[in-house]
Design a protein around this ligand. Structure first.
Ligand SMILES: [Fe+2]
Length: 130
């Protein structure tokens, strides 16, 4: 790999594209993780050739929201189909979301687990954080 670890962040909308990139890069990088959809997926896994993978890590922010924005304006736009006020960030208790990966000497993944701390989402603390 030429380095201790390599992370490939797939900042994209489509889960199919993220999965395809995960398989394409399997064995070549430590982690392929999606971002952008703001919602953590439940598919953390190690692919057959040693790359850790999760379709989306989720956001760090208030989940009593529409992808981190105060609910009022997105709901108004979806129901009335006209723009109005600016989107404003939701300011409730935030959840920190991410993914934890342990790698071996070859830089490939040994362990992967989702991380969710605080806020409204069910807590997930990787067992290997000990
Ligand atoms: Fe984005």
């Amino acid at each position: 790999m030429g380095c201790d670890a390599a992370i490939f962040d797939v900042h994209a909308e489509a889960s199919s594209e993220k999965q395809a990139l995960g398989h394409f890069l399997d064995g070549r990088v430590s982690l392929v993780v999606g971002t952008h959809t703001h919602v953590p997926t439940a598919d953390a896994q190690i692919l057959p050739n040693g790359t850790a993978y999760q379709t989306d890590a989720g956001m760090t922010g208030d989940y009593d929201s529409v992808i981190g924005m105060d609910k009022e304006e997105p709901l108004r736009r979806f129901t009335r189909k006209t723009p109005g006020a600016r989107f404003e960030p939701a300011d409730g208790a935030a959840s920190l979301c991410g993914v934890a990966v342990e790698t071996g000497a070859d830089g490939l993944a040994v362990k992967i687990a989702p991380v969710r701390l605080g806020g409204r989402l069910a807590e997930a603390v990787p067992a290997f954080w000990g």
